[in-house]
Design a protein around this ligand. Structure first.
Ligand code: HEC
Length: 127
């Protein structure tokens, strides 16, 4: 039991490799347009149409969805951290690694950058 807890914790921790990974997809209006569709299909119930964290499910969750237009907060996250979060989820936010391809998730990282008016960065202020 203790052993599996440790293994889980290790497996769940973001690897340095992902943390500092550059977004492999160049940003374009096409990429942002596709990401917008994926956002509407997967994210708006919690984060709201504008990403402000006010979707129809927001009130019923045990944690408030984050406001994705918050420049200060999103500016502190590296691209790789956002990608990791989209891939793995963070309860009550679900994981999207089975639902969206890597490229779709990297596209969403660009969309979150544009919503929050922040630049792509490989520097995290959280770790
Ligand atoms: C079931 C509701 C739900 C869905 C669906 C959801 N999220 Fe979240 N999201 C949350 C919650 C709740 C948090 C805050 C988690 C926390 O505080 O630990 C969060 C946090 C985030 C963060 C972290 C922001 C920060 O400032 O730390 C990002 C980025 C994010 N979500 C993007 C997305 C995207 C993109 C999608 C769609 C692919 C999505 N979320 C789908 C509920 C959701």
């Amino acid at each position: 039991m203790a052993m599996s807890t440790v293994l889980f914790a290790l497996a769940d921790e973001i690897s340095h490799e992902i943390l500092v990974k550059k977004n492999p997809i160049p940003v374009s209006s096409d990429v942002l347009g596709k990401a917008k569709v994926n956002f509407e299909d997967n994210c708006t119930p919690c984060h709201g149409t504008e990403g402000k964290g006010d979707g129809p499910l927001a009130e019923s969750l045990k944690k408030r969805p984050k406001d994705l237009t918050n420049t200060k907060e999103l500016g502190g996250l590296a691209d790789g951290e956002i990608f990791w979060l989209l891939s793995r989820g963070r309860d009550p936010m679900p994981a999207f690694d089975q639902k969206l391809t890597d490229n779709e998730r990297w596209g969403l990282v660009h969309l979150v950058r544009s919503m929050s008016n922040t630049k792509s960065t490989t520097t995290s202020h959280h770790q």
